[in-house]
Design a protein around this ligand. Sequence first.
Ligand SMILES: [Fe+2]
Length: 175
Amino acid sequence: MLAKKVEKLLNEQIVAEMYSANLYLSMSAWFSDKSLDGYANWFYVQYKEEMDHALIIYNYINNAGGVVKMGAVDAPPVDFKDTGDILEQTIAHEELVTSLIYAINSAATEAGDYKTIQFLDWFVKEQVEEEDNASTNLGRYKLFGADPRGLLTLDQEMAARTYSQTPELAAIEGA
Ligand SMILES: [Fe+2]
């Protein structure tokens, strides 16, 4: 059993993670169009990780005695001003996601729902990493991105990121 409010917020979080996924895929497409294939790759990997997050929550609701009810996912923006604009929007978005995770935590705490609090622990840690990655990307862009050669080097570094399925999801799907 999950408390109704916790169940509702977790369901909304599936949608929020899918929105994050689509937002990052949209950003990836923008970079692809600008021939910044390294950045495009980085955001493509980010898209996949966000889909993992959605599925981790989906599985948790099912396993914890709740009911998954899928909601509509809003369309992400498709036009961006420039690379800096995207990197700034990424930070703002990850801060928003952190606040959503905190809100679920508060509801779970209020409901005495310790299993959900424990479940969310991984997401709290993940958000530290997400916010750190986003601010590193912006910081490096601000330092080197204005110079074409600097931007090329950054793009090459972004190309090195590879996707591997989030272990928490691999554990569920392999079980
Ligand atoms: Fe996420």
